[in-house]
Write a protein that binds this ligand. Structure first.
Ligand SMILES: Cc1ncc(COP(=O)(O)O)c(C=O)c1O
Length: 501
């Protein structure tokens, strides 16, 4: 055992620590078996060329940790009473002469599915034209910090700093119910609402509670990747359903998988195509769900932003009593305020809020009380309505500035819907040159400081190449520059597209 041990005199680790680590590892991997007598401190010190005190201190540490025991008068021994796998009988070493044994531990089926999913890594800096990010430069710092300070000034005690209701703070749920009623025509009770850490958790909870592995689910094609991935991670079988100018093609979904268990949709403003689902399509989707006993998860991530007229009525508000029982309505404050607040919510189908709250408690117990309390006051005292009014006009200005800049700079390269961007914080553009690779253009754009993801990245199959442009996080004064950079990015060489395999 000692043959292959030498002290590294140049290592930044003390000699005493090196002896401890060597012996601890030898005991754990079975090379030093229970009851083995260790050399006396005098002999080991002489062999290693260190002071006896160094070895004594190392041995004392091993005794303190329980790896070795000293028997009075007869020396130091590897402890007998090591529980479980550390106390391997002699000859059952984990490290064999031919090298360490390969672990046979494997991820669960679910873990393997999860490990294969890829998400775009989050970045700290926000590139020009980044979609999915609101105007963080216009975050209402003054009001938010005042309300947050008020929570702490009240010297909150055990009732506010301990474990609280996993469904969320009641005043916040009441405020959200009020906001949904006033702005979306969605009537629900505070008791139907579960506060979550954003829409992502709400979608993951819905997948956990409503799906069994192997269940077919409709996902929009193209779709928000993290939402679709949450369903895949739950073992669902994804059935891509095309999105056209009217929104999700419900008839195509019925043809592909009439008995799908669930549909995940963004009807108010499709991500990434920006289409609003027409009323006939919405009613068709609700009818399908009601007749086939399927769930709908309605992700209304940026429904507060409509530039002509009030926000649309969500599916959940349109549904007849029967159909409303199958809709999980999901909302978030990531686009309204900031993603980092990690606050969102779901409106559970009738009678299911307690199950969602339990699932939520098992995942991460609750959302932070100070943040919930601040948001409850922010909504309750009218700051949210005022903020939304300000933001709608700021976003309309940014959107118009981007559309103008594209008209001036990019008409040779890009195409986009000229009939208006009526909602949300992003829209797609496609290339006039059909042989352009959107992945290549997006990469070239990234080198120029842009963050414009390729449209094909949102497809499960082959989609039309293009880019998603966001106007929420880029100020109007930077749009002309952003459009010029975008034009330069489009000069990457075209490649003939390979046929779908
Ligand atoms: C379609 C869609 N849903 C939801 C979200 C937001 O998720 P969260 O509230 O978890 O930040 C985004 C963010 O980009 C999105 O694009």
């Amino acid at each position: 055992m000692w043959n292959n041990f030498t002290l590294d005199l140049t290592a930044p680790v003390s000699r005493q620590k090196q002896i401890i680590t060597f012996l601890r590892d030898a005991i754990l991997d079975g090379r030093a078996t229970p009851g083995l007598r260790l050399p006396s401190s005098r002999v080991l010190a002489a062999d290693l060329g260190v002071s006896r005190q160094t070895v004594v201190l190392a041995y004392e540490a091993l005794v303190d940790e329980g790896f070795a025991t000293s028997r009075h008068g007869s020396g130091l021994f590897v402890a007998d009473a090591l529980p479980g796998w550390a106390a391997r009988p002699a000859g059952h070493s984990r490290a064999s002469a031919s090298g360490p044994r390969r672990s046979t531990l494997v991820l669960s089926q679910r873990g393997q599915t999860l490990a294969q999913l890829t998400l775009t890594p989050a970045r700290r800096d926000v590139g020009l034209l980044a979609p999915g990010v609101p105007a963080l430069d216009l975050f209402p710092h003054a009001v938010w910090s005042k309300l947050s300070a008020r929570f702490w000034r009240g010297r909150p005690g055990a009732d506010r700093l301990g474990y609280t209701d996993p469904a969320g703070l009641l005043p916040l749920r009441q405020a959200i119910a009020g906001h949904l009623g006033a702005t979306r025509g969605l009537t629900c009770a505070a008791e139907d609402i579960v506060v979550t850490t954003g829409s992502q958790q709400a979608i993951a909870l819905a997948a956990c509670l409503l799906l069994d592995p192997g269940d077919a689910v409709w996902v929009e094609e193209p779709a928000y990747v993290a939402g679709r991935s949450a369903l895949a991670a739950a073992g669902a079988r994804l059935i891509p359903v095309p999105v056209d100018g009217d929104g999700l093609a419900v008839e195509a979904g019925i043809r592909s998988a009439p008995a799908a268990r669930l549909a995940l949709v963004t009807p108010s403003h499709q991500y990434p195509l920006g289409v609003t689902m027409t009323l006939p399509r919405r009613l068709a989707l609700l009818r399908w769900a009601e007749l086939s006993n399927s769930w709908i998860v309605e992700d209304d991530y940026d429904g507060d932003y409509r530039y002509a007229g009030p926000p649309l009525r969500p599916l959940r508000a349109l549904a007849s009593h029967g159909a409303s029982r199958c809709v999980v309505y999901v909302g978030t404050f990531a686009k309204v305020l900031a993603p980092a607040l990690r606050l969102g919510f779901l409106v559970a189908p009738e009678g299911l809020a307690p199950a969602f709250a339990t699932a939520r408690a098992l995942a991460d117990r609750q959302s932070p009380e100070p943040m919930q309390a601040t948001l409850a006051d922010f909504i309750g005292e009218g700051h949210l309505s005022a903020h939304l009014r300000r933001m709608r006009s700021a976003y309309a200005e940014r959107r118009d500035a981007l559309l103008r800049a594209l008209e001036e700079e990019c008409t040779d390269e890009l195409d986009w819907r000229r009939d208006g961007v009526e909602a949300g914080l992003h829209f797609p553009v496609t290339f006039n040159d059909r042989h352009k690779s959107d992945v290549a253009v997006s990469a070239a754009a990234a080198k120029l400081g842009l963050q414009t993801p390729p449209l094909t990245g949102y497809h499960t199959g082959q989609g039309q190449p293009g880019l998603v442009l966001g106007f929420g996080a880029t100020s109007a004064s930077r749009m002309a520059d952003a459009a010029r950079r975008l034009r330069r990015s489009c000069s990457v060489e075209s490649v003939p597209r390979r046929p779908a395999s």
